[in-house]
Design a protein around this ligand. Structure first.
Ligand code: FE2
Ligand code: FE2
Length: 243
């Protein structure tokens, strides 16, 4: 059994320093790995990432993250990645990482992802160059996620994104903004490559549990949704249920 702790959208900054540290320090008692599903900072400032790195200093399990849209706001995402890397956090963007746990191997493929929407209500590759660029960015992210998942040869795999791959975990969000909250292309990538669990954030008013059309369990771990320091999922089989 591999226990995966996950949280997204912690939106860290100096004024919340210390708010998660006590719980995070004990994550090893409940989980084998900690996933961070983007929006790690509030305004994309490296100093905010420094605060988060301090918050994570007591964590005794591998920490794997993707960035979110907030982390790109100041165009300093490379600095943020460096700050977090120095703190032991592996930040993925179109890559995969392997973690070995008691004879099992866990592969995590990560990409921030992007919007574009869902079938019947998605942006299309037509018209203005800006719209084509929007769709191309979403497609590129999905392609990278698929390649990263396909490169894994582990007992269990998790797809880690910031944007949602499905509509199910957006329930509760205003329908009008769904094209900015996720992309069906991510679900297509996950279903094509296969995964045991998909974890995302970004949808603060969404719902925790959903599923891809191909049957992969999806969990929205935005902190505002799970209302805790993290949620733990057990990968004993393909159920992705909470421990
Ligand atoms: Fe967020
Ligand atoms: Fe976000």
């Amino acid at each position: 059994m591999i226990r995966v702790a996950a949280v997204g959208d912690v939106h860290f900054a100096a004024d919340v320093a210390g708010s998660l540290r006590p719980q995070l320090a004990l994550v090893h008692e409940e989980a084998d790995v900690l996933l961070l599903a983007g929006d790690l900072t509030r305004l994309g400032r490296p100093e905010e990432a420094e605060v988060l790195a301090q918050e994570l200093a007591d964590v005794q399990v591998p920490i794997i993250a993707v960035l979110g849209n907030h982390d790109l706001h100041a165009n300093r995402d490379k600095e943020i990645v460096d700050v977090l890397a120095a703190g032991g956090v592996r930040v993925l963007e179109g890559e995969a990482v392997r973690v070995d746990v008691d004879g099992y191997s866990l592969g995590v493929a990560g990409v921030k992802g992007f919007g574009v929407g869902f079938p019947g209500a998605s942006a299309s590759d037509f018209g203005e160059p800006e719209m084509k660029a929007f769709v191309a960015t979403a497609r590129h992210a999905a392609d990278r996620l698929r390649a990263a998942l396909e490169a894994l040869d582990t007992d269990r795999t998790v797809a880690l994104t910031h944007y949602s791959p499905v509509e199910g975990t957006l329930q509760g969000e205003r329908l009008e903004i769904w094209p900015f909250l996720g992309s069906y292309l991510l679900a297509e990538a996950i279903d094509a490559a296969g995964a045991d669990l998909a974890v995302h954030g970004h949808a603060h008013r969404g719902t925790e549990k959903g599923m891809t059309p191909g049957g992969v369990h999806v969990r929205n771990v935005a902190q505002a949704v799970i209302r805790s320091a993290y949620r733990v999922y057990c990968l004993t089989d393909r159920d992705g249920t909470t421990c």
